[in-house]
Design a protein around this ligand. Sequence first.
Ligand SMILES: [Zn+2]
Length: 342
Amino acid sequence: MIKITTSNLNDLAYVHYDFLCKKFDFSIEKRLKISLSKYQKEILPIYKKYYLLLQYIDKNLEEIIIGTPLTLEKHRIRLTKLSEDFELTKQEKKKTKEQKEILKDLNYIFNYETFASKGFRKKATKKHEDYFYSGNVLVGKINIQVCPYCNRNTIYSFKSGTKRTSELDHFYPQKKYPFFALSFYNLIPSCKVCNKIKLDNDDKEYINPYDTRFDFNKNMKFGLQIENSSFYYSENGFKFKYKFDAKISTDENQRIENNLNIFELKDLYDNHKDIILELIQKAEIYNESYIDELMQKYEGTLFKNREDLLRLVTCGYVSDEDLHKRPLSKLIKDISEELNLI
Ligand SMILES: [Zn+2]
């Protein structure tokens, strides 16, 4: 579990808004206006309620599309209340005709299916160049190489621009919150496994990898618990510890635990004890004097600097900003710190 620390996220969010709400003929704004004028005239109580929901969305559209995780949390409460009569998560065959129509209309306004598959395109004219925007383009711009939920599986957008090995997880499930289907900070580039595991589960509060309120890279660290003297050569000699910072808020602590549980990360990481064993062994071999010796010998020829050498030794990245570049980087960094290897 790592943070998404792409430096220009705010700019990317505005580009996202501009494309989806302004640039295309079939924009969210236009589709919303069509629905507003249609449901304004309806007299059935459920449609009157739907009109109120549409008005709320219209009034808060920019925040719904590019609001931060905290802003989305606030709108979620209000939107859940406004949409409760539509029973959005109820089985399709059990829904009333009106409920089906409302869900269809919401999916039409927030057209995630097109965004995620073929994308939106506007042909070039004298006034502008060719516009194209899709889920694939978005994932490419966010530019992370490993799933932020598990930090185990790599994600990649192919150069052709049409295929990718990642999925876009809806932090707030699309089924229950169709109005967040295209919200920038609700779209988490993730691996297929994590996306599938999480799916429609939102009973608990989780950590959104974009959320700047929480410093979970630092507040939860992997640690080692030595069990017996075989720890230098055997995986049975130690266990994993999940260490929480003493000053962490109860809310953040609980959210991290919820993430660990839903993605079954403790079980998955137990599978990587071989890497930890190697780090224990490397910490013995690459002690400070040996690292100094290697620096003297190879700095400027084999390695640019100390960080470069430590990456070679640990096979991970040393700085928090680089954790998205290689699988298991956080695990390797935390354990290497504990072993004084870095
Ligand atoms: Zn994952």
